[in-house]
Design a protein around this ligand. Structure first.
Ligand SMILES: Cc1cc2nc3c(=O)[nH]c(=O)nc-3n(C[C@H](O)[C@H](O)[C@H](O)COP(=O)(O)OP(=O)(O)OC[C@H]3O[C@@H](n4cnc5c(N)ncnc54)[C@H](O)[C@@H]3O)c2cc1C
Length: 486
């Protein structure tokens, strides 16, 4: 009997479990928390429901194919709607730019509200599509650490095209050359934050990300993001995967270059293969301690973290949509604070996600569930209590100024998620949302591989390893492992 043990029921761990069960393994998932999903979970209170972590859903095909390979009809388990408005952008001078998913409508909006032309937007999005098509087969579906990955003609062409994909310029440099208006530049620079990076340092190849929204679409699952976790766990259980909650793994037992078993406080689980969804830092710090490997992992800069206020708001604000951004006036300064001084900028860019705009059950009638997030540095021993109190006040002031109304009196429910809590809840080192950042030209190649060179039956999935963080990439890591395992 082939036995697979998965460490962690994050989205990548669940996807790996489904794939391995379909391969004929008997699969057990060991999760330290009392619930599945890791960062992709929810919270409720006072009649409000909030998605706790991810709010933007792209590439739904990576979810639906898990149902298809299990012989099920995806829509019997999981439904989602495409968003017409990708995001509403607000600026201090009162300008509001609505990013319609239709490229022509969005390009005309930019033409109307900024000094940039519709043509420049269309050209930029065409380039974004080109980068996606040139690199998808190399970065998203294969290990970068196997010679065999580079042997197909398609991949060879991808490698050949790399120098033409702005790998040696920063994202901001490319965007400043393409656009004249700081408003447009901020919109396109913001895509670096989709994997926790700094647009002033991350390579221009990250201009691939707008294509995910404008080309492939942005979606909202019916019932909220948490339904991604719920529906996949339902599927996994139906096909025979066993989940063990409140079960923290304390060690991976190895012998003769093989992972033999997985140890928890109470039990030892024998394994033919082990797939680790826990942050790679946890692996080398605790599960198979290795000072040398830990040093290598730690040498890479972590992605940014987040500070989130879940606010139940006792009023509806028609000017807001599902996704909203209130931009800082000095984006460069904000990123200097995040990645250099590791503090929070006094005028942060604020993201407000309101699922009740589409999912009426998420808030009581006439009210809204606000997920209010700012990017913050990962944990470096800062005085978080003081920083959070100050940031909360800056957010209240800026949101009230933008909406022309004091919002504080409408907050009738509040919870917070801090970098320290993200670290504690999911063992994500330093509270980073997306593992390591993409702030260097070759970050993609330095990110930890999906397999262990020393232990032949040990594999790694999730946001801290190749191809990186975010739901699509975490799901892609499970797909890569599927290809690596016989
Ligand atoms: C606030 C926030 C906003 C985000 N926004 C977006 C977004 O809009 N779109 C997007 O695509 N992505 C977003 N992300 C990132 C996204 O959530 C993650 O990249 C994705 O969920 C990665 O999942 P994962 O499986 O790699 O890791 P995780 O969700 O971290 O799962 C790892 C699991 O392993 C468990 N574990 C760890 N150590 C052990 C152990 N020793 N024993 C047993 N179990 C263990 C943890 O408890 C956890 O359940 C966001 C994340 C956060 C926190």
């Amino acid at each position: 009997m082939k036995k697979a043990v998965i460490i962690g029921a994050g989205i990548a761990g669940i996807a790996s479990a489904i794939r391995l069960q379909n391969k004929g393994y008997v699969v057990q998932v060991l999760e330290k928390n009392a619930y599945p999903g890791g960062k992709l979970t929810q919270l409720t209170g006072n009649g409000y429901r909030f998605d706790a972590g991810p709010s933007l859903f792209t590439m739904p095909n990576l979810v639906t194919e898990l149902f298809e390979i299990s012989g099920k009809n995806p829509s019997d388990y999981f439904k989602y709607n495409q968003l017409d408005i990708l995001c509403n952008y607000f600026y201090e001078d009162g300008t509001k730019i609505s990013a319609n998913s239709d490229i022509h409508t969005f390009a005309n909006e930019i033409n109307l509200k900024t000094i940039d032309s519709a043509e420049s937007v269309k050209k930029h999005l065409k380039k974004s599509k080109f980068i996606y098509e040139a690199t998808e087969s190399l970065f998203l579906s294969k290990s970068l650490h196997k010679i065999s990955s580079f042997l197909s003609i398609k991949t060879f062409i991808s490698v050949f095209k790399l120098p033409f994909l702005h790998i040696f310029s920063s994202m901001n440099h490319v965007n400043e050359k393409t656009f004249k208006d700081s408003k447009t530049i901020r919109i396109f620079n913001r895509y670096a934050t989709y994997n926790g990076s700094n647009p002033y340092k991350a390579p221009g190849i990250l201009n691939i990300i707008p294509h995910l929204e404008f080309g492939l679409g942005a979606y909202l699952p019916k019932g909220g993001m948490h339904e991604i976790t719920n529906s996949l766990v339902k599927l996994a259980k139906e096909i025979g995967v066993q989940f063990h909650y409140n079960t923290e793994v304390t060690a991976i037992k190895v012998a003769h270059n093989l992972a033999k078993s997985v140890q928890t406080k109470t039990k030892n689980y024998d394994a033919s293969i082990v797939v680790c969804n826990a942050d790679i830092h946890t692996v080398y710090e605790k599960l198979i301690p290795s000072a040398q490997k830990l040093k290598k992992v730690d040498a890479q800069e972590r992605s940014s973290s987040a500070l989130i206020f879940y606010w139940g708001i006792g009023k509806e604000f028609p000017t807001l949509d599902v996704h909203n951004i209130l931009f800082t006036e000095d984006y460069k300064e904000e990123f200097k604070h995040l990645f250099d001084s590791k503090t929070i900028y006094e005028d942060p860019t604020i993201y407000i996600n309101i699922t009740s705009k589409q999912i009426k059950a998420d808030a009581p009638k006439g009210k809204e569930n606000w997920f209010v997030m700012i990017n913050v540095p990962s944990v470096f021993g800062q005085d978080w209590d003081a920083m959070i109190a100050k940031a909360r006040q800056s957010i209240l002031t800026k949101v009230s100024r933008t909406l022309g109304e004091d919002i504080a009196p409408f907050i009738e429910f509040e919870e917070q998620l801090t970098p320290q809590l993200i670290q504690d809840k999911t063992n994500s080192y330093k509270g980073s949302l997306y593992g390591t950042s993409s702030n260097s030209r070759f970050a993609a190649f330095f990110r930890h591989k999906n397999f262990s060179s020393k232990y032949k039956n040990l594999f790694f999935c999730g946001g801290s390893v190749h191809p990186g963080g975010g739901i699509p990439l975490a799901l892609s890591s499970a797909k890569i492992i599927d290809k690596l395992i016989k």
